[in-house]
Ligand binder design. Structure first.
Ligand code: ATP
Ligand code: MG
Length: 244
């Protein structure tokens, strides 16, 4: 079972949009995918039309497989299931604090044969939860809006991981890109040199991505021929190639 996280310290950079679209692309490619909404704002849960309530809370999850059947929802996307954002974050933080580093991976142990890929949609913070994310995933997918500040938070993340010797690969990719803007172009073109592990496919800034909130579905379900949908398709292929 592979695990990836959409992660950034910065808010509003496209983590949730990317988590939903990449999960849908992976599912369309035949993988059995679980999307875990770790953000109490529950945007992923909203996009996939699931109600953000888990009866019994997160403690229930550690009790074994039967409990999962009650909390995991199928979505309207084939092969894509959702673990909704019901886990009150304090409760989850508490659970993580008292257990092992890679607690998120451990929590999923009873269902690890049911999924090929788990994608985590993370809140924009650096907390106990994020440290467990770093210890659990195969890589962090970090959306970068092509601005100086966004690059700075990427460097802060790298410093944080380096200082603590956390061996978690960081795969940045550009999103919300507008190639008509000189600064965007300059930052996009400079990324390969500064970040050799960056993913090469760029997600454009496109109003169709904002429409996901109205359609409540991944791009490939309602606008598969748009540039943004194609970009997510290609980005997923690149990620899949790295994982294999
Ligand atoms: N490629 C894009 N083009 C245009 N708008 C986008 C794009 N990606 C995301 N958005 C919009 O930007 C806003 C923030 O996106 P999103 O919710 O995915 O970010 P986030 O990093 O998950 O935010 P948060 O940190 O609050 O969880 C949303 O309104 C979304 O519709
Ligand atoms: Mg989000």
């Amino acid at each position: 079972m592979r695990m990836l996280a959409l992660y950034s310290i910065k808010g509003g950079v496209g983590k949730t949009a990317s988590a939903v679209n990449l999960a849908a692309e992976a599912a369309a490619a035949g993988q059995r995918v679980l999307l875990w909404d770790l953000d109490p704002q529950a945007a992923t849960t909203f996009y996939l039309r699931a109600k953000p309530k888990v009866r019994g809370g997160v403690a229930r999850l550690v009790k074994g497989k039967a409990a999962y059947d009650k909390v995991i929802r199928a979505t309207q996307v084939e092969n894509l299931d959702l673990l909704p954002a019901a886990l009150a974050s304090r409760e989850l933080d508490h659970l993580l604090a008292e257990r092992h580093d890679n607690q998120l991976r451990r929590i999923l142990k009873p269902i690890r044969d049911d999924y090929d890929l788990v994608i985590l949609d993370c809140p924009p913070s650096l907390s106990t939860l994020s440290e467990s994310v770093f210890a659990s995933v195969d890589a962090l997918l970090v959306p970068i809006v092509p601005t100086v500040l966004s690059l700075r938070t990427l460097e802060q993340l790298r410093d944080f991981l380096d200082e603590r010797d956390i061996p978690c690969p960081v795969w940045p990719f550009i999103t919300l890109a507008d190639r008509r803007r000189t600064l965007h172009r300059e930052i996009i073109d400079s990324l390969p040199e500064r970040w050799p592990l960056r993913l090469s496919h760029t997600i454009p800034s496109a109003s169709v991505v904002e429409r996901m909130g109205l359609e409540r579905a991944p791009l490939r379900s309602f606008a598969p021929r748009t540039a943004a949908a194609q970009a997510y398709h290609q980005l997923w292929e690149e990620v899949a190639q790295r994982l294999s």
